[in-house]
Write a protein that binds this ligand. Structure first.
Ligand code: C5P
Length: 400
């Protein structure tokens, strides 16, 4: 059902100190439902033994080209043919050179040469090695062949130096794998705009009116849309979440800024999903300087309405519009009222008084109401699963 379930991922691991992160990657890919076959260089096996990978993937990890113990003859060919994606992480300068030149000298480059699956390469090395014209030339060769390079990132390296050479974080690599596998999904060719987070309406340069939205539901929707192949634009108010890989993320603060960003993104979009908790009112005027403590006592804030982004945005044929109704009472009646008032196709009703649903948690329990009067109550599930179910309904409506 999800885009990693039962997909064959061949993970090529080469000899960098960042190998320990590859163990976490192998584990997370497996937990997400992928069938992960690890191939390693001898050098990688010096850092972490194959049995470690075997334990987290439940499948044999191979590093020896001359190992005749496998029951599959020509294991590299079998893996190469089966792979839905080849991920090389961490990728050393040496393996990048071998991949560029087609030198099948050990299990990783051998499998890479034999496969036609899309490849994702995550370099990790000393910054001077990465910047060297030799490495840069090989990187360019790989790019020109359609290989996706993820990282390396800036930061502190095991050597104590700083620079661009760190292996990307496991979550980033996971996002990139999902992005690549999603390219052929049912939303390929579509543009989906998602909003997330709680807007902040300034009172003065330090204080603002805000709300408890964590952005998790909106980010899950953006990731799920990406994973089904959509070009995804995520307009988010300030949240403590990193930009998802492969999602065009626009950071805004106030409702008015969110309106402008959403309007700009909606021009050629096929769906708009407003998961953001947008302030309904903003201070009529934000003070230019920090309001002194003495002036706060008895302070009266005069509020004015913010733009209703969803009611305004893209009421045009061909744009599926989805709202959220976070309610603490009369959930379905209030949600239905909003769906009608804003002329929506679908509204996601969310009981925010339930401890396992709503703000900040990773799970949600939502009911989907559509404009034809349909009601679908979903059980408790992760926000990513809920996002997938919401997108099922959006996808249906796109073709109507
Ligand atoms: O009316 P209410 O704020 O409860 O409506 C919630 C829905 O409307 C959400 O989808 C929210 O993102 C959207 N909304 C909006 N602009 C506002 C207020 C809410 O787009 N100013």
């Amino acid at each position: 059902m999800y885009n990693l379930t039962d997909r064959s991922v061949v993970l090529g691991v080469t000899g960098s100190i960042a190998v320990y992160k590859a163990v976490d990657l192998a584990s997370k890919l497996t937990q997400a439902g992928a069938l992960v076959d690890v191939v390693m260089t001898r050098e990688a096996a010096e850092f972490v033994r194959p049995i470690t990978f075997q334990s987290v993937t439940g499948r044999r990890a191979c590093w020896d080209m001359w190992d005749t113990g496998s029951d599959v003859p020509e294991l590299h060919v079998a893996l190469a043919r089966r792979a839905d994606i080849l991920v090389v992480a961490p990728a050393t300068a040496t393996v990048i050179a071998r991949l560029a030149l087609g030198l099948a000298e050990e299990m990783v480059s051998l499998t890479a040469l034999a496969t036609r699956a899309p490849a994702l390469v995550c370099p990790a090395m000393d910054p001077q090695m990465y910047e060297h014209p030799a490495t840069q030339g090989h990187v360019e060769t790989l790019r020109s062949r359609g290989v996706l390079l993820v990282g390396p990132e800036e930061g502190r390296l095991a050597s104590g130096h700083r620079g661009r050479g760190r292996l990307s974080e496991v979550d980033t690599i996971m996002g990139a794998v999902r992005y690549v596998l999603g390219r052929t999904g049912d939303l390929a060719g579509k543009t989906v705009v998602v909003s997330a987070g709680g807007t902040q309406e300034p009172i003065d340069p330090v204080r603002y009116l805000g709300n408890h939205s964590s952005g998790k539901m909106g980010f899950a929707l953006a990731e799920a849309a990406r994973d089904r192949g959509a070009r995804t634009v995520l307009v988010t108010a300030p949240v403590a979440l990193a930009d998802p890989y492969g999602v065009e993320t626009v950071r805004v603060r106030r409702a008015a800024e969110m309106r402008d960003a959403v309007a700009a993104a909606c021009g050629d979009a096929h769906a708009l999903i407003m998961a953001a908790a947008v302030a309904d009112y903003q201070p009529a005027e934000a003070a230019g300087q920090k309001i002194k403590r003495e002036k706060l006592e008895g302070l009266t804030l005069s509020l004015v309405r913010t733009p209703d982004i969803l009611a305004e945005a893209g009421r045009r044929p061909g744009l599926v519009r989805v709202g959220f109704a976070a309610e603490s009472d009369e959930l379905l009646a209030n949600a239905r009222h909003k769906l009608e008032a804003k002329g929506l196709d679908l509204i996601v009703a969310n009981d925010i008084t339930a401890p396992d649903a709503g703000f900040a948690v990773d799970t949600n329990r939502v009911t989907l109401l559509d404009r034809e009067g349909g009601v679908e109550e979903l059980p408790l599930m992760t926000k990513y699963e809920a996002a997938w179910r919401i997108l099922d309904r959006v996808a249906e409506r796109m073709t109507k």
